[in-house]
Structure formats: structure tokens, C-alpha cells
Design a protein around this ligand. Structure first.
Ligand code: GLN
Length: 192
């Protein structure tokens, strides 16, 4: 049976993630309400706007059951705003913005600054075959502190932009925009 992978679909760039998962023979499940979390093998938290996503996690009732599922070991892939939403600590966040604390990192929002609000970079990713990964950064965060047991898999200007701790992987960029399935595939293999 194919893996069932949730895509948090409250806001942001969730649609393309579902398409990428389908092309990898995974069944995507839109997560907009707590019931949708039942029976998932993993979850993707997409890019978008982390402050809005934080607000919608509360109003939808998804925050508490999702946090519990993550504590119980649900594998997660967070991209861009999703990296912020899954982090332990958010720098330059809004005061009322709360993250899920699924990975021991501190993430700075909009960290690449105005002149580099959006850019593309070919990333050397640890453990990934087939050459550099073409990564699209849009008002992207980066990781300022990694806790024990967090592996840095790729960096830009020595700032970590792809890190993993156990079954939680987070990246600063939008892999669903790259027409390159390797990052999603690597994540799914890690949670099979
Ligand atoms: N800057 C956004 C935030 O703080 C993230 C941008 C993105 O997901 N492309 O949530």
C-alpha cells in the first residue's frame, strides 16, 4: 500500500507538494482539520507565511494534535515557512507567533535580507546523488543554531539551509518548485 502523507493545507504553497507526492506514488492528504491527521505516515509543512500559519493552526484546532503526533514521532518535512513552523526557536518572529518545537534549531525569519529576498542556488546536499540540487529561496529563513543531533545537509554562505534530526527534515527553500524530486524522495525513504 502506498504511503499516506499529509500536507498542511491551511495556507501557502501546499498544492505543488501534493503534486510532487503523487508523482512519487504517495497518497497526499490535505490537512485542514484535526481528523485528517489520522493514519498518516508523515506530514509536509509547506512554505507560505509562518505568522499566518501559526494563527491558522490555532483557529483550525490542528496545533495540539499535530504537536502531539510530532512528539510521538510523526516524520515531517518543513519547507521555508514550514521550517519556521517546525522549529524550536524563531528569531525575528512576531511576538504572538508560536512554533511547534519539532526540531532543536533556532531559525531567523527573512534572514537573507532585502537584496536577496528571492534567489536560486545550486546546493551540494550531503548524501544526495545526481549533482547539485537547484534550490529556490523566497524571503527565506536560515538556521542560526543547531542543537545536538541535528545534521546540517546543505548551507548557503555557511548558513545552514537544509538540516535533519531523526525523521524531521527542514529546508529554507521551496523544493516543490524545482522540478526535482530528489529531496522529497530522500525524505520519504527516511520515513518508510
Ligand atoms: N518569510 C516567510 C515567513 O516568515 C517565509 C517565506 C516562504 O515560505 N517562502 O513565514
Amino acid at each position: 500500500m502506498s504511503q499516506k502523507v499529509g500536507v498542511l493545507s491551511l495556507q501557502g504553497a501546499y498544492r505543488l507538494h501534493a503534486e510532487v507526492l503523487e508523482s512519487l506514488d504517495v497518497t497526499p492528504v490535505d490537512v485542514r482539520a484535526p481528523e485528517a491527521l489520522a493514519g498518516l505516515d508523515a506530514i509536509v509543512v509547506p512554505g507560505g507565511e509562518s505568522t499566518t500559519m501559526s494563527f491558522l493552526l490555532d483557529s483550525s484546532g490542528v496545533r495540539e494534535p499535530l504537536a502531539r503526533a510530532l512528539r510521538d514521532g510523526l516524520p515531517a518535512l518543513g519547507t521555508c515557512a514550514g521550517m519556521i513552523v517546525l522549529a524550536d526557536e524563531v528569531l525575528d518572529g512576531r511576538p504572538d507567533q508560536q512554533s511547534l518545537g519539532a526540531i532543536d534549531i533556532a531559525v531567523r525569519r527573512n534572514a537573507f535580507g532585502r537584496q536577496r529576498d528571492s534567489f536560486e542556488a545550486d546546493l551540494d546536499v550531503a548524501g544526495m546523488d545526481g549533482g547539485p540540487f537547484p534550490a529556490v529561496f523566497i524571503r527565506a529563513p536560515f538556521v542560526e543554531r543547531v542543537g545536538e543531533g541535528v545534521e546540517v545537509l546543505a548551507s548557503v554562505d555557511s548558513h545552514p539551509v537544509l538540516v535533519r534530526a531523526g525523521r524531521v527534515t527542514v529546508c529554507s527553500f521551496h523544493p516543490e518548485l524545482s522540478h526535482d524530486l530528489r529531496l522529497h524522495r530522500q525524505f520519504l525513504e527516511g520515513c518508510a
